[in-house]
Design a protein around this ligand. Structure first.
Ligand SMILES: C[S@@+](CC[C@H](N)C(=O)[O-])C[C@H]1O[C@@H](n2cnc3c(N)ncnc32)[C@H](O)[C@@H]1O
Length: 314
């Protein structure tokens, strides 16, 4: 099993990750139509707007109302920019019909934002005391608290193992159940600290928080849906650009870009030629520069991938 890169203090200050590399790859026509599917604090969006001509259009999507508000303030008055609150899993339904089949590029900068992590009451940070919430959108109903207090021990173990790739899942799940009810991020942190000793403690805490966040927000399922729905609205040669931060996300992006589906099956034509809807724009994966990692350590786990859509003949 590949090790999950876990961010221990991601985004206390806001540095959009791989900003130039991702936006340069995304915007290949200045008068094009683009979607920033993960608007956040508008870091990438502002850079995209800089590269658009007067005829360019940019839609910014985020499921978090606070992010939408913050991004609108950051962008200011800008007629080419349209903010949409919603889940990128439904990107095709969120995008006005007029733009279907006309999108020149979609950016997914996955995970949580600076804004979300900075607010202790959202429950994303294990550095601060806060409720065990972790919802990126108030529309979501399940919280980290309900998972921790209501799930069976065996299911918690499986969650910590599958989405946190945490080797000590079993004893952590047992301890969570023993210490119920859990209300706050620091209570959860203490439970993990009680059973994981030594230099691995912080990584285990980060892995458990990551696992809960993924489940609460159904992140992997939404990512699969978002990539498929995004591909459906692309123009020929339109691009999908994704920055992922851990191996579970990256695996989904890599597989979809390679095969055009989530099963990873590359279809073949009558003559046995591979039918692939995407062509790599970046060969394999691009990583942040040493310089970026030294300026912004959370970027160290980032992986940038990009493909362009080549409609299949016939
Ligand atoms: C890493 S941040 C993006 C930061 C942004 N690129 C910037 O530079 O300011 C990810 C954002 O995507 C949003 N997000 C994550 N999953 C989403 C989903 N399924 N649908 C819509 N927004 C989502 C989060 O709410 C968060 O604001």
């Amino acid at each position: 099993m590949s090790e999950v890169a876990v961010d221990t203090n991601r985004f206390f200050e806001h540095f959009p990750v791989m900003l130039q590399e991702s936006v340069e790859t995304l915007v290949h026509k200045s008068d094009g139509v683009y979607i920033d599917a993960t608007l956040g604090g508008a870091g990438h969006t502002i850079e995209i707007i800089k590269r658009l001509s007067a005829d360019g259009v940019l839609f910014g999507i985020d499921q978090d109302r606070e992010a939408i508000q913050a991004a609108k303030e950051a962008v200011g008055i800008e007629p080419r920019f349209h903010a949409i609150q919603g889940n990128f899993g439904y990107i095709d339904q969120l995008l006005p019909l007029d733009y279907h089949g006309k999108v020149d590029g979609i950016l997914f900068d996955l995970g949580v934002s600076t804004h979300q992590i900075k607010e202790p009451e959202r429950g994303f940070s294990f550095q601060e005391e806060g409720p065990l919430d972790m919802r990126m959108s108030a529309d979501l109903t399940i919280t980290a608290k309900s998972i921790l207090n209501e799930w069976r021990e065996e299911d918690l173990k499986q969650l910590f193992f599958s989405y946190g790739e945490e080797k000590l899942s079993k004893i952590i799940a047992r301890e969570v159940v023993a210490q119920r009810p859990l209300e706050t991020t620091q209570e959860l942190r203490n439970v993990i600290q009680d059973v994981v000793k030594g230099p691995q403690t912080v990584k285990s805490i980060a892995r458990i928080f990551q696992a809960l966040r993924i489940e609460v927000n159904q992140e992997l399922e939404r990512l699969k849906m978002g990539l498929s729905a995004g591909a459906n609205v692309l123009a020929p040669k339109g691009r999908l650009v994704a920055i992922s931060y851990h191996s579970l996300e990256d695996r989904i992006v890599k597989q979809f870009f390679k095969s055009g589906n989530h099963e990873g099956v590359i279809e073949k034509d009558f003559y046995g030629n591979a039918l692939k809807p995407f062509e790599e724009v970046i060969r394999g994966v691009q990583l942040p520069s040493e310089d970026e990692i030294s300026r912004n350590s959370p970027s160290r786990s980032a992986k940038l991938r990009a493909v362009s859509y080549q409609p299949l003949e016939g």
